[in-house]
Design a protein around this ligand. Sequence first.
Ligand code: FAD
Ligand code: EPU
Length: 333
Amino acid sequence: MNIINSHSLLNYNTFKIDVNAKLFTTIHTEEDLNKVLNNAKTKNEKKFILGGGSNILLTQNINNLVIHNQIKGIKVIKENDNKINVEIGGGEVWDDIVNWSTTNNLYGIENLSLIPGSMGAAPIQNIGAYGCELKDSFKKLEAIHLETNEKIVFKKSDCHFGYRDSIFKNKLHNQFIITKVQLELMKKRQINIEYNGIKEQVKNKNANSQDIRNIIINLRKNKLPNPTKLGNAGSFFKNPIINLNTLKHLQKIYPDIPFYTTKNIKIPAAWLIEKLNWKGHKEKRCGVYKKHALILVNYNDATGKEINNLSNKIKNSVYKKFNINLEEEVSIL
Ligand code: FAD
Ligand code: EPU
């Protein structure tokens, strides 16, 4: 176990913000984690768990111990003719898991292809894309309490999954490290192509999970900036959920306002932001991506504070014009 003092996080966050962690360590096994949690130097430090750093905005140095989770492993727990249960280390790269699933002709997570980040972070905000969410294939997870070292198993119902939400963003915020996640994947072909724009791309009526993965990868590459080339953290804000009265009011002024109804009414935050001419807007070193209004980008060594200031300006202008409060999806530290 190697604990480093004052370590730069530049290469550990996709926004490419250069701040330091007071203490930094990488763990590869649960034994490593145990040592860190019981080590005299680090035991009483506040801890922050870092995966791929693709959903955080660092606005200052982290005055804590940063634990970079690299606990790997993919293990089949049980299977029958229809499904297979797989236990995955929290430090696995999420998209490697999707690739493993489609390569093995399994179904359930292919619509979540190319989402950056780690397995352990996926339940935190119940990652979602193209009509699919982690919770649809989630069985249970194992987590260790950062103060008591207690190991707890959370079933799906314990996680309180919602739209970009879970108990780990609320009541249990920063209290646990997720070390293992168990997914249940399907062996029989079942594809979900209802999301706008996918069906049109499916050329083969027997398309399998690998074909869907390829379509999603193409769609995402055309729309989203590659974080290795342009710093960003995906959608900066969540899509707001509004009530029917607000929708009717907005429709009087903007008859073409897009909206989705599933359990509730959601409107695309990108539409609101684009309507106020932020799309493609550039400040000194950061801005709003020219191809997608919901993505803030770091053009050239911007600080987290600059990006946060831009985010606040966007939030204020959306509130002023539409009376809608945008909520950040990205964790601001
Ligand atoms: P980090 O950014 O490292 O951490 C995020 C939060 O989770 C932090 O609070 C951290 O403390 C906590 N955390 C991380 N690992 C653990 C753990 N093992 N135990 C406990 N807490 C932990 N998200 C979507 O839902 N859908 C998308 O389509 C999508 N597209 C994206 C596209 C791009 C280009 C980018 C850059 C991001 C996108 N995201 C998307 C957001 C992001 O990829 C996900 O939120 C991802 O799950 C974050 O994983 P991470 O390992 O990078 O988490
Ligand atoms: N739109 C605009 N301007 C834009 C972009 C989009 O007006 O610049 C409008 C259009 O009406 C479009 C609608 O927004 O039809 C939806 O756009 P898109 O399909 O790109 O999806 P999104 O709502 O912006 C959400 C997720 C993404 C996820 C995609 C695909 C949130 C906050 N974001 O984006 O997740 O990949 O759907 O399912 O829910 C993330 O969470 O980081 C993320 C990228």
